[in-house]
Design a protein around this ligand. Structure first.
Ligand SMILES: [Zn+2]
Length: 209
């Protein structure tokens, strides 16, 4: 899956942006699996709606990924990222535990890691900064492989092409949203189409009928 958490969506499509309305009939659609072929078959005759969205902007992610790996290699960012994330978990737990004082979140948490509750918020902030920093470092290394071409094996090769498309259809358990993106290798022209399927439960949308 080429969808990266850190990649900025030019045209974000979150729960609130469900576009399928009450005009569209319930279709009982059963799109299963994360495969474009299934989706292709399904676009025949139904009351689904299709609309284009923006490409994921990976310019900064790619620049940073190349820069950090050229400077430090892959191992160091991974080690620092993992340490940073592990520390953040302890820090966040310590902060939450200290904040709650009497109703401890984790009863077995070592008491020496408990700090006065008025400082807990700062510990929490430090924890979230460490968490983001660690996740960012790991995402930079991950991108190197995520952008790799499956055919010529070159890194930073896959480029998003065409117009990404979203298809929404009403199903039993919620709105099935399929986001289809196309990527092409800039060295050997290898082409890849990926479909990301998610179900948005009806309680998260404005049109529940
Ligand atoms: Zn290639």
């Amino acid at each position: 899956m080429l969808l990266l958490e850190t990649g900025k969506l030019k045209n974000n499509h979150r729960d609130s942006s469900i576009r399928i309305g009450s005009k569209n009939k319930f279709q009982g659609d059963t799109v299963i699996g994360d495969h474009a072929k299934i989706v292709k078959k399904k676009i025949v005759h139904d009351s689904s709606i299709n609309y284009p969205i923006g490409k994921i902007d990976v310019t900064n992610l790619e620049k940073s990924s190349i820069w950090i790996i050229n400077k430090y290699g892959e191992k160091k960012p991974i080690v620092v990222g993992v340490i940073s994330m592990s520390t953040s978990i302890i820090t966040i737990l310590s902060g939450l535990n200290s904040l709650l004082e009497n109703n401890k979140l984790i009863s077995w948490f070592p008491s020496w890691l408990t700090i006065p509750s008025n400082y807990a918020i700062y510990v929490l902030i430090v924890g979230f900064v460490l968490l983001s920093f660690g996740a960012y470092l790991l995402s930079l290394v991950h991108y190197k492989y995520d952008s790799q071409c499956l055919k010529c094996k070159k890194h930073y090769a896959m480029r998003e092409v065409g117009t990404p498309n979203v298809r929404e259809v009403k199903a039993l358990d919620g709105i099935k949203r399929t986001t289809t993106r196309e990527h092409k290798c800039r060295y050997c022209s290898f082409f890849k189409k990926t479909a990301h399927i998610e179900t948005v439960p009806y309680e998260h949308t404005n049109n529940s009928k």
